[in-house]
Design a binder for this molecule. Structure first.
Ligand code: M6R
Length: 602
């Protein structure tokens, strides 16, 4: 958040705006203002109100300032890691959302030039790089543009500088940022919720753009060639509540739609940590993938990826079963990769504590830096999905899958068990996923909404898939069941003839997941078995699969995607279906009954 006024103190405006952004992150908060040639900075770990109680933001002087509420990606939540970050001489301050991929390299360069770093964040390099460019005598804007050109990764940036205290500079790449155009003041924020009570006129910045914001004007330029961009504000007829959800009626839907962005963020892993986890996994004798709920389904998919790409056998285990089932065979040669978006699930932590006491190596994948899982893991990877407010896991599931896919690929390289061309092909397909996801959500939304209307009164659903799609079937079942309260079962389709088929009779709705992979032929057989017993067949399959379309009562067509990545794409219609079924049935999709976002009881 940033604000510049024609004389009014900004501290209170920034504080109120920051509160409205708290849903985006809440592990630490901070503010920087400029007054009479001095930069004032206050920041600390904790929620905004807690930090304010300790530091009192409101007494910060000045009519220009920036503020931030953090969701850690690099560096645990702490006072030094909180934003804003400053340069060596406290002349400028930076707030940043996103991930700077090349921060290690930039940091080394700046350390050689005697810059003093105080935090463990990627963001701090931006402050020092800007300082370095200013030292060369460049103007604030030119130094800023040259700084931005050196960054790779994602960023929404806002910067203030004592030397030119009448402007806020901003930049955008793959992270949202908007300018709020008010009377007597201008704003900048990562979403309109922050300034909607001050103004409903907003200018949305595009990737690769930088902007200069003063009390009365804004100028937008393309960073790479300095071309001026003209863009008028749009008028947002949003309430604060609507703005927080970016115009979506519920957080769950907003989070489903966010997935192309969160997948891109999850592709930005720090190489050194991927290597570290790869090393530990490769050395293990017994490797367990441990998780609960949706995260367990990500583990199920991962076991196929590890096996097919890296020829590594792993055991996906439900966390609450781990101690009873495998406890006696845990030893120093055991490696456990725990997957938990919250990093706080009691069943997971309980199993890990048991394993840790038996000298097993604990590795983690989580969305929350500073969570217990990050503290007890030898090494961990972050999902970078941002906070998920909807109780049902959506964007955190797909980000777990893409993190696991990258790990599987690195393991494949290390173990050298598959051909280079296969690895290259997988990598290419992996990087296509965020764009495929972005298109498919828009493409299937209306037809899934129709399906939800049609099936909203059903008493029961069956979900079937094979291979990788077993994980999709399980996750589809969980999403639909927890949001719509319609009882559901899911099986690997090969198992359906061993029992589940007995409940199938006329008009029972059965969902089949049938991508064009090696499982297709067998799934077609399973569909015929169910059809013969009168089931209604609803298929999620490849969009040019005419044969499948013809034997299905309802059909959702999907783009082609690498077999091992199919759950990331094929789960999307189920997330939407779960959401729309809840809406059709008059339920709150964000807060399903009896469930909590983080289950901290055994
Ligand atoms: O935070 P975690 O990933 O460890 O949470 C695990 C489960 O509690 C969670 O996935 C739960 O099943 C959700 N209701 C799924 O939407």
């Amino acid at each position: 958040m940033g604000c510049i006024t024609d004389g009014r103190a900004v501290a209170n405006i920034l504080y109120k705006s920051l509160k409205r952004l708290e849903y985006r992150g809440y592990d630490s908060a901070g503010m920087a203002t400029i007054s009479s040639g001095t930069l004032y900075v206050k920041k600390d770990q904790g929620k905004i109100d807690e930090v304010n109680e300790r530091l009192n933001f409101n007494d910060m002087p000045g009519s220009i300032g920036i503020a931030h509420t953090r969701w850690a990606t690099h560096g645990a939540p702490s006072k030094v890691n909180a934003h804003p970050h400053t340069d060596c001489n406290n002349m400028l301050a930076v707030v940043h959302n996103g991930v700077i991929e090349n921060f290690m390299e930039l940091k080394r360069e700046l350390l050689d030039l005697n810059h003093k770093f105080v935090s463990k964040t990627d963001t701090e390099v931006i402050a020092h790089l800007l300082e370095e460019n200013l030292r060369k005598g460049e103007s604030f804007f030119s130094a800023f543009v040259n700084t931005v050109k050196r960054l790779s990764g994602s960023y929404a940036l806002a910067v203030v500088y004592v030397g030119e205290p009448e402007k806020i500079l901003v930049a955008k790449q793959d992270m949202p940022i908007l300018i709020g155009v008010g009377d007597g003041g201008m704003f900048v924020a990562s979403d309109a919720a922050a300034f909607i009570e001050e103004t409903n006129k907003a200018v949305i910045l595009q990737n690769g753009e930088v902007a200069i914001i003063t009390t009365k004007s804004y100028e937008i330029y393309r960073a790479k060639d300095g071309t001026r961009v003209t863009r008028s504000p749009i008028v947002l007829n949003w309430t604060v509540d609507m703005a927080e959800k970016q115009g979506f009626p519920h957080y769950t839907l907003k989070e489903i739609f966010e997935q192309s962005i969160t997948l891109k963020s999850a592709l930005r892993l720090q190489d050194a940590y991927v290597d570290l986890l790869t090393e530990f996994l490769d050395r293990g004798e017994k490797i367990f993938l441990l998780a609960a709920g949706t995260s367990y389904h990500a583990c199920l998919a991962a076991s196929y990826m590890f096996s097919k790409l890296a020829r590594l056998t792993t055991y996906p285990v439900i966390a609450s079963e781990f101690v009873d089932n495998y406890g006696h065979s845990i030893d120093i040669n055991t490696v456990i990769l725990a997957v938990s978006q919250s990093g706080e699930t009691a069943d997971v932590l309980n199993a890990l504590e048991f394993a840790r006491l038996r000298a097993a190596t604990i590795l983690g994948i989580t969305n929350v830096v500073g969570s217990t899982l990050t503290r007890i893991s030898r090494a961990y990877l972050l999902q970078n999905a941002g906070p998920e407010i909807g109780v049902a896991a959506t964007k955190t599931f797909t980000s777990q899958l893409i993190v696991l896919a990258q790990l599987a690929l690195r393991l494949a390289k290390k173990r050298g068990k598959i051909a280079q061309f296969e690895m290259d092909e997988f990598k290419d397909r992996l990087y296509e996923v965020p764009d495929i996801v972005s298109n498919i959500i828009e493409d299937v939304r209306a037809s899934v909404q129709d399906l939800a209307k049609k099936y909203a009164k059903e008493k029961f659903f069956l979900f079937l898939g094979r291979g990788m799609s077993t994980a999709t079937a399980f996750e589809g079942r969980l999403k639909v069941m927890e949001l719509s309260y319609i009882p559901c079962i899911a099986y690997s389709a090969g198992e359906s003839k061993h029992g589940p088929i007995s409940i199938v009779e006329k008009d029972v709705p059965v969902f089949f997941i049938c991508p064009k992979d090696d499982t297709r032929k067998a799934i077609l057989g399973n569909i015929e078995e169910m059809k013969a017993r009168g089931a209604r067949i609803i298929t999620i399959g490849s969009k040019d699969d005419r044969e499948l379309m013809e034997i299905s009562d309802d059909y959702i067509g999907m783009p082609d995607v690498h077999e091992l990545l199919s759950p990331i794409v094929y789960v999307l219609p189920f997330q939407l279906l779960a959401y729309y079924l809840a809406v059709e049935r008059g339920l709150d999709p964000d807060k399903p009954r009896n469930l909590a976002k983080s289950v901290t009881v055994l």
